[in-house]
Design a protein around this ligand. Structure first.
Ligand code: SAM
Length: 239
């Protein structure tokens, strides 16, 4: 069955954008997944199809109207698909969320512009709010494309090698180990000897250690969660 995405946006031409290329693009052509972009402008008010207004309480910028956004949402057949609003105010998007979304029938994505969307419609329509990072984009379309890319690559048949989805960063709560390829020596830098040893158990052990070291050094938040999950003592602050 096709994994279906619907984007509600003021810029429908931004879809599928880069997802029309490479493996995702091929899977799109093959009907493994689909994306329909609907213009929020079609639900706008009056002759000028107005979708936004000034914020109550004052302040800069404009806010997307709840009546316009809800009309668009209610016109979409959700068919069991989560309705997701990418926003910096959302919970951080994690690979666990992506796995859950990819395993379902698809997604409906609400793309914000201006200062964002009237809070009441987010409550009324039980919208999941997710952030793709602690920075501000000018609109939700790029965030929606990021979210779609992360999901689509997990749909069976999209990626060349199924194994890569289970061995990469976050699959076991840790960052991945570093990668090396030919040449074995490059500009005076050699590939770690162990990787040339052919000793599979030793290589697996080295990769696990590298994975743990990278996570401890770069992502103390993930490392603390890993220690808690595996029942290990934190041994004080990360150095
Ligand atoms: N006023 C909002 C705030 O400070 O939280 C930012 C609004 S932003 C200019 C416009 C739209 O871009 C948002 O409604 C959201 O859809 C999208 N957006 C911006 N940054 C994002 C992020 N880090 N993650 C997900 N969506 C984002």
């Amino acid at each position: 069955m096709t994994w279906r995405a619907t984007a509600l946006t003021l810029f429908p031409d931004m879809f599928p954008g880069p997802l029309g290329q490479s493996l995702a693009g091929r899977a799109l052509e093959q009907g493994v997944w689909s994306v329909e972009a609907r213009s929020l402008r079609d639900y706008g008010i009056g002759r000028h199809r107005v979708v936004d207004d000034t914020p109550f309480g004052g302040g800069a910028g404009m806010v997307m109207r709840p009546d316009v956004v809800s009309a668009a949402i209610r016109d979409v057949g959700r068919a069991g698909r989560p309705l997701v609003y990418p926003t910096p105010r959302g919970r951080p998007l994690r690979q666990d969320d992506v796995r859950r979304y990819a395993a379902g029938p698809g997604l409906v994505l609400l793309c914000g512009r201006y200062e964002g969307i009237d809070e009441r419609v987010l409550e009324a329509e039980q919208v999941e709010q997710v952030s793709i990072g602690d920075y501000i984009l000018s609109g939700g379309e790029m965030a929606a494309l990021v979210l779609l890319d992360s999901c689509v690559r997990l749909i069976p048949g999209v990626m060349g090698s199924e194994a890569s989805g289970t061995e990469e960063s976050f699959s076991d709560g840790l960052l991945e180990y570093p990668h090396y390829t030919k040449p074995a020596s490059w500009e005076g830098r050699d590939v770690p000897d162990i990787l040339l040893s052919g000793h599979h158990a030793a290589i697996a052990g080295w990769r696990q250690t590298e994975s743990e070291t990278a996570t401890r050094m770069r992502r103390p938040d993930l490392w603390a969660a890993h220690l808690a999950r595996t029942g290990q003592d934190t041994g004080g602050p990360v150095s």
